[in-house]
Design a binder for this molecule. Structure first.
Ligand SMILES: *Cc1c(COP(=O)(O)O)cnc(C)c1O
Length: 396
């Protein structure tokens, strides 16, 4: 695939055809593999023959997905997992031992925060959480025992943007591995490995599937670390991706550039409609010049986002009125889908975060998070107008 451009690699990358020469990638829905004789089995097990052994370790369809992701991300190696959280857990567990220290941004996906704050300490791994947009806090938090620096950017749900190259520099000065959860940026708009990160993780459940069908995740990095540290964990703890899900995600990658471009174009139009409306007290969209980290975005991202966040001046009542007035946009906590989805983080995805911590993250009672889908943008604009009218009525 060398010399070919991203969209082409996303259609053809990683494809391995069987003896039938099928056009579309085959689904190898098999647990195991048969060997022609005892010598062949021996060679497979001692690594002389690199073929497949068992689908908990690797599988031909999953391998096609992994290879296509490597081509997209510019990574040497990848491991597909059953979910995005399995990928995050794997990347962290493969990086730390008892006595190590992790520095992470506070604004993390809820389950990621659980791993860092609750799970890792059970195994003697301590952590410090920082405001990811403040480089001085990263600098103050790292120490010789810091083995991992972990962040997502843009963050969920407030779409703050963290300077990945600057954080990577601070982390590498103490020898820490930089792990980036790149879900919100999507692989189309941000390439963390090119910005100095060591590991990229995705929930493929989001834009990579893009049609709300199945869970999946992927860890991407250099071949040596994947082989020495990640693969043994995969083999012996079993977070393997289903070959069927790998096939769905492989087909999702073919249309990823088209979907993300269209969804972010529509998101930009909706952001412009919401900005400055009397019912809205704050609008955050990474594609607008009024984003608080617009200067970082210009350096590290090649597009805005399919996501936007905004706050209703009338608080929770106005946010609920806005949501309940919508006819096209669905109320759901998922994102990256062909269907536009809206959620009220304070009462759903972030309800378990204590109120003071929630407010510190900027998640107010009036805030809504919108994942923009593939509907006609004019229908979405009309829906937004319905929401705004309902929210304005609550206020007066
Ligand atoms: C959804 C999500 C995850 C978890 O992915 P699952 O596939 O649901 O396990 C992790 N990080 C971010 C930023 C996410 O949006």
């Amino acid at each position: 695939m060398s010399g070919l451009r991203t969209a082409t690699r996303l259609v053809h990358g990683g494809t391995v055809r069987s003896q039938h020469g099928e056009t579309s990638e085959a689904i190898f829905l098999t647990q195991g593999f048969v060997y022609p004789n005892a010598e062949a089995a021996e060679a497979r097990f001692n690594g002389e023959d690199p073929g497949f052994v068992y689908s908990r370790y690797s599988n031909p369809t999953v391998a096609m997905f992994e290879q296509r992701m490597c081509e997209l991300e510019g990574a040497e190696a990848a491991i597909g997992t059953a979910s995005g959280m399995a990928a995050v857990n794997l990347a962290l567990m493969a990086s730390v031992r008892a006595g190590d220290h992790v520095v992470a941004a506070k604004a993390l996906f809820g389950s990621c925060r659980y791993i860092v704050e609750t799970l890792l300490p059970r195994f003697g791994v301590t952590s410090t959480l920082v405001d990811g947009t403040d480089l001085a806090q990263w600098q103050a938090a790292v120490k010789p025992e810091t083995k991992v620096v972990f962040l997502e950017s843009p963050t969920n749900p407030t779409l703050d943007v963290i300077d990945i190259a600057a954080v990577a520099k601070i982390a590498h000065a103490v020898g820490a591995r930089v792990i980036i959860d790149n879900v919100f940026a999507t692989p189309m708009f941000q390439s963390p490995l090119q910005l100095g990160a060591d590991v990229v993780v995705y929930s493929a459940t989001k834009h990579i599937d893009g049609q709300g069908r199945c869970l999946g995740g992927v860890v991407l990095s250099n071949a040596k670390w994947i082989e020495d540290e990640v693969l043994p964990l995969v083999k012996h703890t079993g977070p393997a991706m289903s070959p069927f899900n790998a096939w769905v995600l492989l087909k999702g990658l073919e249309t990823l550039p088209l979907r993300v471009a269209r969804q972010s174009d529509s998101a930009a139009r909706l952001a412009d409609r919401l900005a400055g409306h009397a019912a809205i007290s704050r609008l955050i969209y990474p594609g607008r010049p009024d984003h608080p980290q617009a200067e970082v975005i210009a350096r590290q991202m090649t597009g805005g986002s399919t996501m936007l966040a905004f706050e209703l001046a009338g608080g929770k009542a106005a946010a609920f009125a806005f949501t309940n007035a919508l006819k096209v946009i669905k109320l759901s906590n998922n994102l990256g889908d062909a269907k536009s989805l809206i959620t009220h983080p304070a009462t759903t995805t972030h309800k378990n975060v204590a109120e003071d911590a929630r407010l510190e993250l900027g998640i107010t009672a009036g805030m809504l998070r919108l994942s923009v889908g593939l509907e006609d943008p004019l229908d979405l604009l009309e829906d937004i107008d319905r929401g705004l009218a309902a929210a304005a009525a609550v206020r007066s």
